[in-house]
Design a protein around this ligand. Sequence first.
Ligand SMILES: [Zn+2]
Length: 261
Amino acid sequence: MRVNMIGRLTRKAQKLLARIALGSGRECLLCGNRVGRFLPYRDGWRAAPPLMRALRVVGSDLDNYLCPACGCNDRERHLALYFRELGLFEKVRGSAVLHFAPEPRFGPLIEQAGPASYVRADLTPTAPGIERIDMLAIPYVEGRFDFVIANHVMEHVADDTKALSELCRVLRPGGLAILQTPFSNVLDHTISDPGVTARETRLQLYGQEDHVRLYGRDIFASFTAAGFVSRVVRHDQALPAVDAKRYGVNPDEPLFLFERC
Ligand SMILES: [Zn+2]
């Protein structure tokens, strides 16, 4: 009886997985598979904190987050699209790249692009080959890198002013920083309060339990004050022919591209 039940559940699970994975309406740029749908983050937008919906926060597409075939998320897919369409993979070839919190599917694309050097960094490394590096004290000399990539990292960093200053310092003049982060166009000013330490409060106020701020429109002023020039481009400018729904990316998420002065 037990064996039969396990067998039925397994067949049901297999059918469900097949329905999710074997459709063809969506396409994952990172694994090349066509899938029926991308899976939501937690329970999608309907389960997001009300304040995040009211502030129309732009970040991950919570309804079309995970690729059921390879496990990549929409932020990796979008970055890969921006890199491909803007010729950034070509620029990575022969360059020195510093990549914070390297994503398991996007990171290898940087490696395949042929950088002269590729430093993978994390405050708490979870895989071999990743250096333990604190963004507030980067152990490299001034002008060491051509590229810095930090995809959804800045919202986790306690002192982002210090972090931006460090990122600027280790980039050569003309070097590029890709600094994706959630933000709200409704807010004039970034919300961040050191008194907010409880995980549940951070979830409600910033959108995730381990975020320490939610950027507002002043994000551009903050980043340029650190020594960057904004080269930010919107999805509709950089990727006008890309069907965001098909590739499972958020068309409201710009590429936060900054150039070191
Ligand atoms: Zn995939």
